[in-house]
Design a protein around this ligand. Sequence first.
Ligand code: PGA
Length: 254
Amino acid sequence: MLQPMAIANWKMNLSRAEAAHYFHTLTQLPPLSRVSVVITPPFTMLDLAGQHLSHSGYQWGAQTLSGWASGAYTGEVSATMLQELGVSVVLIGHSERRLGHHEGAPMLTQQLHQALSAGFTAVYCVGESLSTRQEQTHHQYIDTQLREVITGLCLSDPQQLVIAYEPIWAIGTGVNASPDDAQSMHKMIRHTLADLLGDSMASRIRILYGGSVKPDGVGALMTKSDVNGVLVGGASLDPHTFYRISSMVSEGRS
Ligand code: PGA
């Protein structure tokens, strides 16, 4: 059975004081088992995450990383710098990076290689716009997003890669994909992964759903066989709500 995963994507939210309070609150709650729980705060709070979450069972991660190892790249943060902060997970290709920062397949491929070389778990995010879904071309669209970055990848361990399916129309909108819609897309994603990486590897790669995840919908999502956890934005900003979501992911593991 795959160990499910719950990731808190804070995006560009919370102050250092709020972050410290959040980490403190989380670590006072009973420890969760049978679920990998990851917090991805802004870069400037990763040191705080390390101070509070070391030996807690929680992991911390980055919301993006540089596609280059080092050098004259103003504003970039390298995999090595993240290693120094104890990071073990990194998000790659979130739609807010793809759209707002024009990160396309060549850059995301470089980022994925940087993340894997550093030994991080890379969470590769994919998702279609509302117009793509309305045109009924969403399966092909996601298939292409996977192939253009994962083709040729050589994984030794399925834990190294996680796919997060986040339909853009569901992010921050309060509208989420139905559990059946998520399952249908996740099944197709696993099929594409099997084609690229082999059946055995594909069956052990976690596929998360993201987009307006709230405690209410998690139980139903987790009954679906290809949903192996959630990536949570807005609802992850409150530690109690995120803890509740994570415990439901643990209980309802698929
Ligand atoms: P949301 O964000 O839960 O606020 O919709 C999810 C994400 O963008 O990762």
